[in-house]
Design a protein. Structure first.
Length: 345
C-alpha cells in the first residue's frame, strides 16, 4: 500500500523535507503540494520542479483535485492545529511537525478529533528514529547497569550571529522539544515536575532564554539535569545532545544526530570499577530521522495501529514543554500535568 500524501507548507523547512526526507520513503507518494503564500509556492515549484497542476493555495483546492490518504503539515507552529483539524475533517491521516501545538489543551482537541474519526495522527519527533537513541532506550529498559539515578544532558550550539525567528522561546519550545521527547523515550518515564532558569549571557543577541538550565524530576524519582544553549561558546554537541546516564552499576553515555549520516551515532557502557568503557553495537534501522518517522507513519496507516510518537503519546512531551516555559516565567518548580490519555512514552 502506498500512502498518497498532500504536503502543506513549502517554506525553507518544507522544501528540505522534499529534498532530504520524502524521496527516501517509497511507501509515500506525494500527490499535491500546498502553500497559502503564492511567492513561497512559486519558489518551491521552481526549486523542486513541481508539476503546476499539483500545486495549490489551499487544502480544499487540493482535496477537490486529487485523491489522497494523508496530509503532512510542515507549516509554522500557529498553523499546526488548524491544518490538522482541516485534514481530519476531510478524513485524512495527519503527520504534523513538532511542536505539536502551542498548548496541551489545543493538542487534545486534535487528538480527540482523530480518535473520533479513527484516523492516524502522528507528530514528527524525528530524533527518536536514530540508532543511538533506540539503543540507549533499550539499555535503560533492560537495566543493563541497574536503575537510573541521574541523567546529565547538554545541548550546545553557537548561533549568536543568527537573528531569532519570530517564535516564542526559540530554545525551550522550538529546540528543546526534541530533548523533552528523548527524555521520555529513553527513560521510559513521565516527568512530574521541573524547575527552569535563564542562563542567557549578557552578550547574547538572541534575547532571553537563548540559554537555560532545567532540573526535571521523573516519576520513578530519577533526575534529569538539562542544559541547553543557542549561544554557547563551548564545543558544539550533536543535535540530540550529549547524554550521561548514571545508573546503579555504572554509566551509559550516548549521542546522536550529528549530521546527515550516522557517523556521529555512539553509545558506550562504563561499568563501575572498569577502567575503560565498551562501545555498544548499534542497531540497524530501516530508515532514520524524518524518513524513519515517515516510514512509521505509513506502517501505522497500513496496519491500523497507533504509531510511535502518535499525537496522543506526544501530549506528555508537550506537557513537559509547557511546564518548563511556566517555570521559566514563574521562577518556581512547576508540575508537569500530563493528560491521562497521553501517558505512552
Amino acid at each position: 500500500m502506498t500512502v498518497r500524501l498532500i504536503h502543506v507548507g513549502l517554506g525553507g523547512w518544507g522544501r528540505n523535507w522534499e529534498e532530504v526526507a520524502l524521496p527516501r520513503v517509497p511507501a509515500i507518494e506525494r500527490v499535491a503540494f500546498v502553500d497559502a503564500d503564492p511567492d513561497v509556492l512559486a519558489k518551491a515549484r521552481e526549486a523542486l520542479d513541481l508539476p503546476a497542476e499539483r500545486c495549490f493555495s489551499s487544502l480544499q483546492e487540493a482535496f477537490s483535485a486529487v485523491e489522497a490518504d494523508a496530509v503532512l503539515a510542515t507549516v509554522a507552529l500557529p498553523a499546526h492545529v488548524p491544518v490538522a483539524m482541516e485534514a481530519l475533517a476531510a478524513s485524512k491521516h495527519v503527520l504534523v511537525e513538532k511542536p505539536f501545538a502551542a498548548t496541551v489543551a489545543e493538542a487534545r482537541t486534535v487528538v480527540d478529533e482523530a480518535d473520533q474519526r479513527g484516523l492516524t495522527l502522528m507528530v514528527s519527533q524525528n530524533y527518536r528514529f536514530f540508532p543511538a537513541a533506540k539503543l540507549a532506550a533499550q539499555l535503560v529498559q533492560d537495566q543493563i547497569l541497574g536503575p537510573v539515578g541521574v541523567v546529565h544532558l547538554d545541548f550546545r550550539f553557537y548561533a549568536n550571529h543568527i537573528p531569532s525567528r519570530e517564535l516564542f522561546h526559540p530554545l525551550l519550545v522550538d529546540m528543546s522539544i526534541h530533548h523533552y521527547d528523548l527524555i521520555r523515550m529513553v527513560l521510559g518515564q513521565e516527568p512530574i515536575e521541573v524547575y527552569c532558569a535563564d542562563t542567557s549571557p549578557s552578550w547574547s543577541n538572541r534575547g532571553a532564554f537563548s540559554g537555560a538550565v532545567a532540573t526535571i524530576k521523573m516519576a520513578d524519582g530519577s533526575i534529569v539535569s538539562y542544559r541547553g544553549s543557542w549561544v554557547s561558546t563551548g564545543p558544539r554537541t550533536p543535535w540530540s545532545g550529549e547524554w550521561r546516564i548514571e545508573c546503579a552499576d555504572g554509566e551509559i553515555a550516548w549521542t546522536s544526530r550529528n549530521g546527515a549520516d550516522l557517523t556521529g551515532e555512539r553509545v558506550t557502557i562504563q561499568k563501575t570499577g572498569r577502567k575503560r568503557a565498551s562501545k555498544a553495537d548499534l542497531p540497524t534501522l530501516p530508515a532514520t530521522g524524518r524518513a524513519g518517522g515517515l516510514t512509521e507513519f505509513a506502517r501505522a496507516i497500513k496496519t491500523g495501529t497507533e504509531p510511535e510518537s502518535s499525537g496522543r503519546a506526544n501530549l506528555g512531551t508537550l506537557a513537559l514543554m509547557e511546564a518548563t516555559v511556566r517555570s521559566a516565567a514563574s521562577g518556581r518548580v512547576e508540575p508537569v500535568v500530563t493528560p491521562s490519555h497521553g501517558t505512552s512514552v
